[in-house]
Design a protein around this ligand. Structure first.
Ligand code: SF4
Ligand code: SF4
Length: 398
């Protein structure tokens, strides 16, 4: 069996020219962009816009990475390109504007509004067969997945596999959390989305990653890498290697392997570190730019490029023998907790709670922070993801 290749390219900052060069190296090391998309394809560059957030917050794919991809596609002659995401809160256009991109700086690519819903029945889905995707996802021939390297309260990390949840149109995302209420079943549903339309290429923005209380309220932390792969599970597994986390503890990796979306097995992944160099002629003049590729081991990757102190839960979940019993597991799962001193009583957490009758509410009045009803709470952490004040923390395991 051929191994899944994951290319790692060092990139120290978000300088646009540096990121563009690093992306050229990564894509070339995988065989070139034409390996993944055809000239006549209608291409959607799917970013991570969890919300309308500052480019330096590490919440969203950085504009230099987005622009690097759009520039490469334009230079290589791809004419039908759009880019965007369907955020849980706000709009694709607002998120793009916030990070400083517009139609004049998008290398000919169109903004994908991602706000029109198309119902799709996908009979091959194992956990979910009916989806409300955005029109752009359904109508695209090829998707390039520009994900962000972040921690995630439900799935430990979010990367290439989780990023396809943005195929789902806006408000339907909260309902999906209620329907697939634990980390395993949610990950299996994500695998069905991948099976419906597998991104042709996955690129992870790990130049500045997010650790701790991710995916929206964690701490930006430099990892200084870009990762490239056709295999989203292998890509996320290499993210795990970089932070000394066992991919088998990450449901999107373990279920991705089980459901054959990709592989999280070390023996099936080839990690390639790539860099560019100028070949000199006999007179010592720089002649030609070439790519140098070197296969490295997991431990070498961690030692030279990783951060073993990256703040992510590494302990096994307690009571794994009860995994089949969703209600029991929920009682022992980590809890969202409001930091009252940061809460502005905006009610966003309440609006995003997918549980009928709400598991978080202004029980003590609208002039006081909301209160949780942990008996009702399914631990989907939508409230934590969406709190604009980063006032909600997830406490417990790990
Ligand atoms: S979303 Fe955050 S700031 Fe707003 S009410 Fe909830 S906890 Fe408070
Ligand atoms: S209170 Fe928060 S974690 Fe609990 S169900 Fe509602 S949104 Fe999900």
């Amino acid at each position: 069996m051929e191994k899944s290749k994951v290319v790692v390219v060092r990139c120290k900052n978000y300088d646009e020219a540096d990121v563009y060069n690093a992306m050229r190296i990564g894509i070339e090391a995988l065989g070139g962009i034409e390996q993944f998309v055809k000239k006549e394809d209608k291409i959607l560059v799917k970013t991570n816009f969890l919300s309308t957030a500052d480019k330096d917050s590490a919440i969203v794919t950085h504009p230099s990475v987005i622009k690097g991809m759009l520039r490469i596609l334009q230079e290589e002659g791809y004419a039908d390109v759009s880019f965007g995401d369907s955020p849980g809160h706000g709009s694709s256009r607002a998120a793009i504007s916030k990070i400083g991109i517009d139609e004049n700086s998008s290398f000919g690519a169109k903004i994908a509004e991602m706000n029109e819903e198309v119902k799709v029945h996908f009979d091959a889905g194992k956990t979910c067969k009916d989806f409300a995707f955005t029109k752009e996802v359904v109508e695209s021939d090829a998707i390039i997945n520009l994900c962000k390297m972040k921690t995630h309260a439900l799935e430990r990390i979010t990367g290439a596999v989780k990023n396809v949840y943005g195929y789902i149109c806006g408000h339907n995302k909260a309902a999906g959390h209620a329907k697939y209420p634990n980390d395993m079943i949610f990950a299996r549903m994500l695998c069905d989305i991948h099976a419906y339309k597998t991104p042709r290429l996955n690129i992870m923005d790990g130049i500045i990653a997010m650790e701790g209380n991710g995916p929206a309220s964690g701490k930006p932390t430099p990892m200084r890498v870009l990762l490239f792969s056709a295999d989203p599970v292998a890509l996320d597994s290499v993210f795990c290697y970089l932070v000394d986390l066992d991919p088998e503890l990450v449901p999107t990796c373990s279920q991705g392997e089980v459901l054959k979306i990709g592989t999280d097995r070390e023996e099936n992944i080839e990690i390639i570190v790539a860099k560019a160099f100028e070949e000199e002629d006999k007179e010592g003049e720089a002649k030609e730019r070439k790519i140098k590729k070197r296969v490295v081991t997991r431990s070498e990757l961690l030692e030279k490029y990783g951060n073993p102190k990256f703040d992510v839960p590494r302990k096994k979940a307690k009571l794994t023998f009860l995994k089949g019993f969703s209600d029991v597991m929920t009682k022992f799962a980590r809890r969202p907790v409001i930091d009252k001193s940061n809460c502005i009583k905006c009610g966003v957490c309440i609006n995003h709670c997918p549980v009928p009758g709400k598991a978080v509410d202004f029980t003590n009045g609208k002039d006081k922070p909301p209160v949780y009803d942990y008996k009702k709470c399914i631990r989907c952490y939508c409230c934590q993801e969406m709190c604009p004040q980063h006032a909600i923390h997830v406490r417990g395991r790990g």
